[in-house]
Design a protein around this ligand. Sequence first.
Ligand SMILES: *[C@@H]1O[C@H](CO)[C@@H](O)[C@H](O)[C@H]1NC(C)=O
Ligand SMILES: *[C@@H]1O[C@H](CO)[C@@H](O)[C@H](O)[C@H]1NC(C)=O
Ligand SMILES: *[C@@H]1O[C@H](CO)[C@@H](O)[C@H](O)[C@H]1NC(C)=O
Length: 345
Amino acid sequence: MFITIFLLLIAFVRSDIPRDIPSFSIDLDLDPIDRWSNVIPNFSQPMHEFNDEIRAQIPQVYIDVAEIIATQLDNYIPQPYHDELHSIARAISMLPADIVLINLVYELRTYCTSLLVRTLDGTILHGRNLDYDLNTDLLRRLTFHGRFFRMSNPTFEYESIHFAGSIGLLTGSRKGYFSLTINERDKNNKHWWINALMAILHLHTMPLFIITRTIFDNPFMSYKEMKYKLEHQHLIAPVYFILTDGQSSGAIITRNRLNSINPIELNSTLVQTNYDHWLDDPINDLRRTTAENILRTFNITQMTIDNIFNIALSVIPVLNRNTVYTAIMNPAKNQEIFAKIRTLK
Ligand SMILES: *[C@@H]1O[C@H](CO)[C@@H](O)[C@H](O)[C@H]1NC(C)=O
Ligand SMILES: *[C@@H]1O[C@H](CO)[C@@H](O)[C@H](O)[C@H]1NC(C)=O
Ligand SMILES: *[C@@H]1O[C@H](CO)[C@@H](O)[C@H](O)[C@H]1NC(C)=O
């Protein structure tokens, strides 16, 4: 019975045709005002469409608040990210406030499945589906594979599966150091953007896009230091962090704005969607339970990138109509993130 249903699901999944993701390099030695100028013009059209969608949903008064944050960036957004934000805005003739809002939408409205599994060779695979419930097709057009490097330091590089216009990372990997994914928490908060803007404006809390970039841009940041930062740094909104050093440790950190609650460490497998791990999945969203059940049928020799991609992250509803991309990282062994756009109809 289970096997039949399982095979039917796999057959159904064939209606998704995974697509390659365009790739862009970002040289961190360039002046921040020029860093994005080779990338962002390629996404001008979908970025303007996305911006119109956001503006249609957010009352003008909060766009004005974003404008205050953007014009007094020195107070709220440290360098070099302040200049990066301006360079993105300028490259496609948008207001810096628009880019602030786009960054907040990207980081606080993504419903995802992240998983960690130990493999036969002792390394840890870190997989994720990124789901986005509005304008999913637009998000597919905004996705690219970002390769960050420094001409002056050939040993320094990291990768991100990136949304155009975003400064921070939602899916990032640095070989020999760590990988990180971020899943949204607090899915039913209708006032998320009020809270987020107010936390930046009044509490001087740094948005995630700054926190994640300061982690990945620091050549000396270790897994332990990253973990400490993600557990303790004040945030503008609750989120889940899924992280691993690729070799010995992995963890899920459940965050409130001010603190971490009940973190869990990887034994053999861990799955996180958008609900606290100590609660059951809601009956209308069984993504975590489904992925856990699939992983339970795998023995350790079956914990491979192929099986994680083709089965664990392709079974419905883990793969669903809102899935924008699937990414699989192996930070102990590969710098390259394996990633595909997903298009389940
Ligand atoms: C980005 O745009 C430039 C200029 O139009 C073009 O040459 C390049 O191929 C584009 N890159 C990608 C990955 O689409
Ligand atoms: C991992 O194993 C330890 C020891 O058996 C156990 O206490 C812990 O709950 C396990 N963690 C998870 C996430 O299953
Ligand atoms: C894992 O499962 C596969 C497929 O069922 C089987 O061929 C293989 O022998 C199993 N390996 C181990 C170590 O149990």
